[in-house]
Design a protein around this ligand. Structure first.
Ligand code: KG4
Ligand code: ZN
Length: 355
């Protein structure tokens, strides 16, 4: 299916809804295997398999992750097709995560994508995972669709990025983390507290039961638009070591208070950087995306920040926060409109800087 001039112009404004193109998106960059099918910007079906094997190791074990993708990918495709009520013959294009991510995990999705594209005789579209998190705001059911430039904050397990976003295909990173990513900080603190992996959702759940002012954790000073979270992590470790040194076990209340206090610290770092960047660039819209955008404290604080300044606020529905096939398929829709087809001999890129 070739993009018309009208379709190309509309895509520049972030609209592909009038297209009838059916795109299949495959996400396998880390530990979630997720496949979605879209018609234009509309989600027809999405199916995912979450890997529980990593919880006993307190983090993703790359070798296990790629093996689990291998096991899950065909049933996940079947699940997505069933949800969407469509057959492989109706698919017009295959989008897949080319990078960045874990090499073995990317290889499984990428090899599967090219086999499907080759056997169906349809084009294949390589997608940048970090760009795709931002593109998720243009899903038809992620209303209201962004219609003006926004300051967007990507917070995931591997990345923390501030971006000036003009459209789904025009975005520039203006700040990043100097050490841990925001999700990594949540996961590491959770591990110290003996909570299962991934720790972010656990910290979020327990934070709701604790006192956010019980502990004062260090929020490091970082100039400009960059972030640092390693100081927060060390500060939590010191408090825990001090308590354990007295021979006292960590009580349930103390764990809840640590979760509430660390969440409040991380959220306040993220929100103050987002606010400063939006003010500096004179933007009237803000957005969050990536796994940590599912955090209830962050969602509420960003909503309040928008209300305080009268800015538009874009927060994805939960199904588009953590890694998902829909954001990959939608990125494929924009790539198709721009005729950015991939080649069958392209290798995945574990590291892929955003240009
Ligand atoms: O975007 P994502 O699914 O994968 C990457 O691209 O990394 O993000 C996963 C990260 C993990 O660190 C996980 O702990 C965190 O998102 N996360 C959360 C919550 N849900 C997921 N962190 C805090 N609160 C949550 N509710
Ligand atoms: Zn991600």
């Amino acid at each position: 299916m070739i993009a018309s001039g009208q379709e190309q112009n509309a895509a520049k404004d972030g609209l592909v809804s009038m297209t009838e193109r059916i795109m299949l998106g495959i996400e396998s960059s880390c530990d979630d295997t997720s496949i979605a099918i879209l018609k234009g910007q509309q989600l027809l079906g999405q199916f995912a398999a979450v890997q529980h094997i990593h919880s006993k190791y307190g983090g993703v074990v790359p070798e296990f992750a790629s093996r689990a993708h291998q096991v899950h990918i065909v049933p996940v495709l079947e699940g997505a097709l069933k949800e969407a009520g469509c057959s492989l013959r109706q698919i017009d294009g295959i989008a897949y995560t080319r990078g960045p991510g874990l090499h073995g995990s990317l290889l499984v999705g990428s090899a599967f994508a090219r086999s499907l594209a080759w056997s169906l005789g349809v084009p294949m579209y390589p997608v940048h995972h970090m760009r795709a998190h931002v593109v998720a705001h243009w899903m038809a059911d992620a209303a209201p669709n962004p219609s003006q430039p926004m300051m967007a904050l990507t917070v995931s397990g591997g990345h923390t990025q501030l971006l000036e976003v003009r459209s789904p295909t025009d975005m520039h990173v203006i700040g990043t983390t100097m050490d841990d990513a925001a999700g990594e900080a949540f996961d590491k603190v959770a591990k110290m507290l003996g909570l299962p992996y991934p720790g972010g959702p656990e910290v979020d759940r327990l934070a709701a039961l604790g006192n956010p002012e019980a502990f004062s954790f260090t929020a490091p000073k970082m100039e400009g638009h960059n972030f640092s979270f390693s100081g927060v992590k060390t500060s939590v470790l010191r408090v825990l070591e001090k308590t354990l040194a007295t021979g006292v076990e960590l009580s349930e209340t103390m764990i809840q208070d640590v979760c509430a206090s660390v969440q409040a610290t991380i959220v306040s770092i993220l929100v103050s950087k987002l606010e400063a960047a939006a003010l500096e660039r004179g933007l009237k819209a803000i957005a969050i995306q990536g796994g940590v955008s599912a955090n209830s404290g962050l969602r509420q604080a960003v909503q309040e920040l928008g209300e305080q300044h009268g800015w538009d606020v874009h927060i994805p529905p939960f199904r588009y926060c953590t890694d998902n096939g829909a954001m990959i398929a939608l990125s494929g829709q924009y790539a198709a409109v721009e005729s950015k087809e991939g080649r069958l001999d392209e290798a995945p890129l574990a590291r892929w800087p955003m240009t």
